[in-house]
Design a protein around this ligand. Structure first.
Ligand code: TRP
Ligand code: SF4
Length: 331
């Protein structure tokens, strides 16, 4: 299908497995928002992908609402971007099936994300689902469906993008030039360390501040953060460059916050408890405009956006599938 705007196209997705947090915002969402002006953007809730390790579906509908609400509250603009739910576009399952015939199993078995997942889930071979192995094929279908030229992703997703390119190449080799090979677009801010200062901020590590955290919860979580381990008493000079609280102040505080804090901490003019109080205030202020917009995006309004998104994405998806069926001579 012809690109209406002449802009290059991107598609990206997130799995709806819980509330979004500051790590999602800095690592992905802020970048998604910026890309809206430069690209024609498709942003998808990857709910089928969520099934690969969450078979319990009781929270699925809620999670879809919250994730899309937060995208919109963070600045995804439905007038610019197409926002939709994967499972509402059944074409994705058809393309996934057709592509699966082209993908040698060893490509999937040697994918580092697959190996890590199996290790992290602590499961034996007998418990690995066919769907988990095929995860990157479904992702390739998502991307190829919209003939995306680029895919904004975190570093952890680069192996999936490499596979998508290989799958696109293989399809084109067998059936003719249909798909572009998409490039990965890494977010400028790399991963945000969690509150523990050890691991990347993530839901499963319980080291996150979600985008709808209340001021009380934020203050409590921030007070629990680890600081410079060499600073035990107030009179010990601190080393801000070794302190995660300091890093957060540079990310969420006003522009002049780091310079002032650096001096105060190193000269023992401020204690860690007070410093964390300050940080909690910065984070609250940082989240306030997003939380204001969260209130605006009610379930009904989010549903309307997703319905519109499904119609827009559906046009492109049907066009691609017509082309694929023709190329493959399958009705
Ligand atoms: N696998 C991605 C993740 O876990 C989610 C995803 C599904 C995705 N389909 C996609 C990302 C297509 C980019 C493009 O984050
Ligand atoms: Fe970290 Fe702040 Fe304590 Fe310095 S005063 S060590 S920056 S928490």
């Amino acid at each position: 299908m012809k690109q209406e705007t002449g802009k290059k196209r991107i598609l990206s997705g997130m799995r709806p497995t819980g509330r979004l947090h500051l790590g999602h915002l800095l690592g992905a969402l802020e970048n998604w928002v910026k890309l809206q002006d430069e690209y024609e953007c498709y942003y998808m809730v990857a709910n089928w992908h969520a099934l690969t390790d969450h078979l319990d579906t009781k929270d699925y509908q809620d999670n879809i609402y919250y994730i899309v609400r937060d995208w919109l509250a963070a600045g995804i603009d439905p007038a610019k971007s197409t926002v939709f739910v994967q499972s509402e576009l059944r074409e994705h399952s058809e393309l996934y099936l057709l592509l699966s015939m082209l993908v040698p199993v060893p490509w999937l078995e040697r994918c580092t994300t697959f190996k890590e997942k199996v290790r992290d889930m602590h499961i034996g071979k007998a418990d690995i689902s066919y769907g988990l192995l095929g995860y990157p094929v479904l992702q390739a279908a998502d991307i190829m469906m919209y003939k995306a030229n680029a895919v904004p992703v975190g570093e952890d997703q680069l192996p999936h993008l490499e596979l998508t390119r290989e799958i696109a190449r293989r399809f084109n080799y067998f059936y003719g030039e249909v798909f572009p090979e998409p490039q990965g677009l890494l977010a400028p801010t790399s991963k945000l360390l969690g509150l523990d200062g050890q691991k990347k901020m993530g839901k499963s590590y319980d080291n996150y501040i979600s985008l709808d955290e209340t001021p009380q919860e934020t203050a409590k979580k921030v007070q629990g953060m680890f600081t410079d381990p060499a600073r035990i008493k107030l009179s010990d000079p601190g080393h801000p460059h070794l302190c995660n609280v300091f890093t957060y102040c540079t990310l969420f505080g006003p522009k002049d916050a780091p310079a002032a804090l650096r001096g105060d901490c190193a000269a023992s003019r401020i204690g860690c408890t007070d410093c964390k109080k300050r940080l909690a205030g910065y984070v609250e202020k940082f989240l306030a405009p997003i939380q204001e917009k969260q209130k605006h995006w009610t379930r009904d309004k989010v549903r309307d956006i997703l319905n519109e998104g499904a119609v827009k994405a559906g046009k492109m998806a049907r066009a691609t599938m017509d082309e694929v069926r023709q190329a493959m001579k399958i009705a």
